[in-house]
Write a protein that binds this ligand. Structure first.
Ligand code: MG
Length: 634
């Protein structure tokens, strides 16, 4: 595997915390950011020792600013300043200094002038066994393009002077990363990687506050890395992520996300270049194989709530389809949907119940090869989970997901080959159930979380499972804004909307505080005919969320629906959305045990949305409903 590194500026804490987190996450090197060093009460030699003790090379000392193109006497002073930093570098034990292109008001342009300055600096560095890497800042005064920086390095023609490439500076300016392919790899001294969401703002603010790990933003980082690999560059790939959220977050979690993103982007780029992972020192892990569907959803409850949940499932048209071989665990089934009620008083589900109350404690994802999926997940730092199983029970590989819940990996062949019958052989309790309500499959499973966790979980699903991300959207809740982003397989077989909130007054926020953590807040089933399902649910006495009249008046104004359809929607409390690709019809149950709720959707045509336009209506209705049930309790 290529050598990886991360800049100290990417993480929270003091220099010691940062080095600990970086070493723990398995990086080979660390970029010492000058401000982190200046603010730390130990000398350079001591900091160098701290890195070495943790098995980390000091990749680079950075940044050295405003150097090239200055008139005297500023020029002479810049050289003196550099010599002082060379002393620091030698004590730190690094041989590479990053010089970024000047933004100095008095810097003069001219490629040859810059080349002459950098050549002299390289000469002085070489006298001490040091090297200089030159980087074009996207907002540099005269040099803001890696092609110009390379031309300067080329003209300076000194073995101790090379180029530093930074994906942000190239991609943020819209420069074509393919232009990197003509640079010789041995003249590139360092490659820094960062992504960023596509925002309209000045380059400096964008860079200093909004950078993210590769794969968390919207820049073409895999193409950039592919071009770098094509040059034959074999040095460090180093993350340099300025992000306010990361600097306030857990250093350990951010460092691990960074390694996950580096492995993932290298894998993608290597594959795009047709490179051999073993020969080319690239990560070698089973390819991502997007899940084929949600095989089951497991609910943790106590025995009292198990009965209530079973009644709700029966009301939704599910039928009991077997009891576990040895546990108080029941399977309910309808169409391709399997719901599992776990009322055990030991084991993982019970622990989840004790922590969260009634909860979705696990999702089963149907995959082509569960062992390969597990191996890939482990290679990308997912935490594997197992608990003792009794003789005759099936052991499914599992990893930890959002909020400590489990993701089971279910072999498609096993699911179709009698897995359920083996695991749930006992006939179900004789429950009176209504007819099927026309539910076909799980459409999506929404997870609520703190806003600061969203980037991390989106990366988890995309890197491990090869899922795609939609752009983030803001959704108005009566208690504040909620950010929403969907991760989904390309074919839509698995769709997971992630909802991040900063306010505990939003529906998602109330869920987080009452639930004591992140988790599944809502599950949507796809219906054959939502009107027939609505009728069945009403006949079964399932409490549905009441939608205000005003909504339907507005709907009429927006879409000009025909009168009969509008009346049917109104009568059934169904919400409606439409785009060029098709229609989306949805209804909601009231929340179960103040924890999670169900949605029924019908997709017409190729509609790929989730009714985002209706979300504020739904959230307001739920806020009213929650207030009513709180009043009833008082
Ligand atoms: Mg940089």
């Amino acid at each position: 595997m290529r050598k990886t590194s991360i800049a100290t500026v990417s993480l929270s804490g003091d220099l010691r915390d940062k080095l600990d987190a970086i070493a723990r996450a398995g990086y080979d090197g660390v970029e010492i950011f000058e401000n982190d060093f200046l603010a730390f009460p130990a000398g350079a030699a001591e900091v160098g020792r701290m890195a070495a003790e943790r098995g980390l090379a000091v990749t680079v000392f950075q940044p050295f600013r405003d150097f090239e193109g200055l008139p005297e006497p500023l020029r002479g002073r810049a050289f003196e300043r550099a010599e002082r930093k060379f002393d620091v570098m030698q004590a730190l034990g690094t041989d590479l200094m990053l010089v970024c292109s000047s933004v100095h008001a008095e810097a003069r342009g001219g490629i040859d002038r810059a080349a002459a300055d950098l050549r002299e600096l390289a000469e002085r560095a070489a006298a001490r066994g040091l090297r200089i890497g030159f980087e074009a800042l996207a907002w540099g005064r005269h040099v803001s393009d890696h092609r110009d920086a390379w031309e300067i390095v080329r003209r300076a023609d000194h073995p101790a002077l090379g180029l530093v490439l930074d994906s942000f500076h190239t991609l943020a300016r819209g420069l074509d990363p393919e232009t990197i392919r003509s640079i010789p790899g041995d003249r590139i001294f360092l490659v820094q990687l960062a992504d960023a969401p596509l925002l309209q703002m000045d380059l400096l603010s964008w860079s200093r506050h909004f950078r993210t790990m590769p794969g968390q933003g919207g820049l073409a980082v895999p193409q950039f890395v592919a071009a770098v690999l094509a040059t034959g560059y074999r040095g460090y790939l180093s993350l340099e992520i300025f992000n306010d959220q990361f600097r306030a977050g857990s250093a350990r979690a951010v460092a691990t996300d960074g390694r996950r993103s580096l492995i993932s982007v290298l894998e993608q780029a290597g594959r795009a270049e047709g490179l051999d992972p073993d020969k080319d020192d690239l990560p070698s892990l089973p390819p991502s194989d997007p899940p084929r569907g949600v095989e089951f959803i497991e609910f943790a409850v106590d025995s009292e709530r198990a009965g209530k949940l079973a009644s709700l499932f029966a009301g939704l048209g599910f039928r009991p389809a077997g009891r576990h071989v040895s546990k108080r665990v029941e399977r309910w089934q309808q169409g391709a949907v399997n719901l599992v009620i776990n009322a055990e008083d030991e084991g993982f589900a019970h622990a989840s119940y004790l922590t969260h109350g009634s909860s979705v404690c696990a999702l089963g994802l149907r995959v082509a090869d569960a062992e390969a999926a597990l191996a890939r997940a482990r290679a990308l730092f997912a935490e594997p989970f197992s608990q003792p199983v009794a003789a005759g029970e099936v052991e499914l590989p599992a990893i930890r997901g959002v909020g400590g819940s489990l993701l089971y990996l279910v072999d498609e062949a096993a699911a179709e080959g009698g897995l359920w019958e083996r695991e749930f052989p006992k006939p179900a309790a004789d429950t009176a159930t209504a007819a099927d309500a026309g539910l076909l499959a799980v459409d999506h499973v929404s997870q609520s979380m703190e806003y600061d966790e969203m980037l991390s979980w989106a990366l988890f699903y995309t890197a491990i499972f090869g899922m795609e991300r939609t752009p983030e959207q803001d959704i108005a809740d009566p208690g504040g804004l909620v950010r929403s982003q969907v991760v989904q397989t390309a074919d839509g077989a698995v769709r997971i909307p992630l909802n991040g909130t900063r306010s505990h007054r939003t529906m998602a926020g109330r869920f987080l505080s009452e639930f004591f953590g992140s988790g599944v807040q809502h599950i949507a089933f796809r219906a054959r005919d939502i009107f027939a399902t609505a009728e069945a649910l009403r006949a079964n006495g399932v409490a549905l969320l009441a939608i205000p009249e005003n909504y339907y008046d507005d709907l009429d104004a927006r879409f000009g629906l025909d009168a009969e359809l509008l009346e049917r929607l109104r009568g059934a409390g169904i919400l409606y959305d439409r785009d060029a690709e098709g229609e989306y019809l949805q209804l909601f149950t009231e929340a179960f045990d103040d924890r999670f709720f169900f949605e029924v959707v019908e997709r017409r045509g190729a509609h790929r949305g989730f009714g985002a336009a209706n979300a504020p209506i739904r959230l307001a209705a739920q806020a009213r409903s929650a207030a009513t049930s709180a009043d009833a309790l008082e």
